[in-house]
Design a protein around this ligand. Structure first.
Ligand code: HEC
Ligand code: HEC
Ligand code: HEC
Ligand code: HEC
Length: 298
């Protein structure tokens, strides 16, 4: 009898411990699940950037697609980088006709309306100093005379864009500003024959010298595209200058993006040391150690 009572007591005590630990577990768990809610209450970041910080800025606008109630973008709370697009084509324009596009790189995009880009002109500082004349506000041949030749010379302006115009950090001194910028219409870039190219189509400029990268880019191998997977489905191409600064590629091909912080650990875990002891610190290969040590839980 006594034995039975004792064991009953044990069971009672054990289940009490179990219950209370379950309760503690539940409590801490529910505390944990509340965390994302407080994060949601934080003001969402509205000044965001795409690809290159300081180059393609986007402002978060609520409810751009009233049907779904989505904002146009969702941005990282820590870096300000765009993580999600509500409308991937918001503010885009057709990529435009691609004269140097080889047959197989065109695919079914020949018509142009399915291939879109985000225009660069609204992002350019000097271009928008004057909303009508743009660069030509100063570069009209009078206020700033048209240069006589393409010989590199020290410039009295734009040091914020090109620190030393005698040492342009692109092309290892093989060319200068006026191999890319039109000498007489400063609102445009130029191809090898002097034909004008819009700032919104820098790929045509870059493609004249970087033909292989250009073809890769057109096919979606280099750079970045978003949109539909299907052949001919609408896609947005990130243009070259959304990732590369044409004035500094020699010192910095591409500005690495700041990584996002690691996600929160589950269930109130304080650290991820267990990962180290299981996978990192073991001397012997984990396959042979796993059956010998079942307590590791694998
Ligand atoms: C506020 C006036 C102003 C605006 C706006 C402006 N520039 Fe300039 N730019 C200058 C001056 C001044 C020079 C220097 C001329 C010199 O030192 O001989 C210059 C020089 C240049 C040069 C070197 C070749 C040359 O003509 O001497 C380039 C390339 C250039 N600018 C591009 C641009 C582009 C592209 C834009 C528009 C996106 C722009 N600029 C807008 C004032 C301006
Ligand atoms: C390899 C081609 C190339 C060369 C060489 C080049 N540029 Fe540019 N430049 C561009 C492109 C492309 C843009 C547009 C950048 C963008 O979309 O972000 C630009 C933009 C600019 C702007 C406008 C920036 C703004 O935010 O408004 C200025 C000013 C400028 N360049 C001046 C110069 C000067 C001065 C030189 C020579 C010392 C020069 N560039 C050489 C390709 C070039
Ligand atoms: C007039 C010809 C010309 C144009 C136009 C031109 N580039 Fe270049 N680019 C060069 C040359 C030459 C080099 C140096 C290659 C080397 O050092 O091997 C270079 C180097 C680069 C590099 C660094 C490559 C490396 O290996 O480090 C990048 C990135 C780049 N260009 C991007 C661009 C982009 C983006 C554009 C358009 C905005 C552009 N280029 C327009 C000729 C050009
Ligand atoms: C989405 C971003 C992105 C876009 C858009 C992009 N690039 Fe790049 N590109 C990169 C990255 C990242 C690298 C590798 C940089 C490194 O190695 O440090 C690179 C490397 C390069 C290089 C040097 C290496 C090589 O393969 O020769 C060139 C030249 C270049 N890009 C040109 C271009 C041109 C031209 C375009 C447009 C037709 C373009 N890129 C569009 C991100 C981009």
């Amino acid at each position: 009898m006594k034995k039975v009572k004792l064991s009953k007591l044990y069971i009672l005590a054990a289940s009490c411990v179990l219950l209370s630990s379950l309760l503690i577990y539940k409590l801490s768990y529910s505390q944990n699940t509340e965390q994302p809610k407080t994060q949601q209450n934080e003001q969402p970041v509205t000044d965001c950037f795409e690809s290159r910080e300081g180059y393609t800025s986007v402002t978060r606008v609520e409810n751009v697609a009233p049907k779904h109630g989505f904002p146009n973008v969702k941005c990282s709370q820590t870096t300000g980088g765009v993580l999600w697009w509500g409308d991937a084509y918001d503010g885009t324009i057709p990529m435009g006709e691609m004269p140097i596009c080889g047959d197989y790189t065109c695919g079914s995009y020949e018509k142009g309306e399915d291939a879109v880009v985000r225009p660069r002109e609204p992002q350019l500082k000097y271009f928008n100093l004057n909303p009508e004349q743009h660069c030509a506000f100063c570069h009209n041949g009078k206020m700033v005379p048209f240069p006589k030749n393409k010989k590199p010379r020290l410039l009295a302006a734009h040091q914020d864009i090109v620190a030393d115009s005698l040492q342009l950090m692109h092309g290892r001194a093989a060319f200068w500003c006026l191999d890319c910028h039109s000498a007489t219409n400063r609102n445009r870039l130029i191809d090898h024959w002097g034909n004008e190219i819009s700032f919104n189509q820098p790929q045509k400029l870059c493609g004249k010298c970087h033909g292989e990268v250009y073809i890769d880019w057109r096919m979606g191998i280099h750079g970045k595209r978003t949109g539909m997977w299907v052949k001919g489905g609408k896609k947005r191409w990130w243009v070259c200058t959304e990732c590369h600064n044409p004035h500094t590629v020699q010192t910095n091909r591409f500005n690495p993006l700041k990584p996002e912080p690691a996600p929160a650990l589950p269930k109130g875990m304080k650290n991820a040391d267990h990962e180290q002891s299981e996978h990192g610190l073991h001397k012997e290969p984990s396959l042979s150690s796993a059956p010998a040590n079942p307590s590791t839980g694998h």
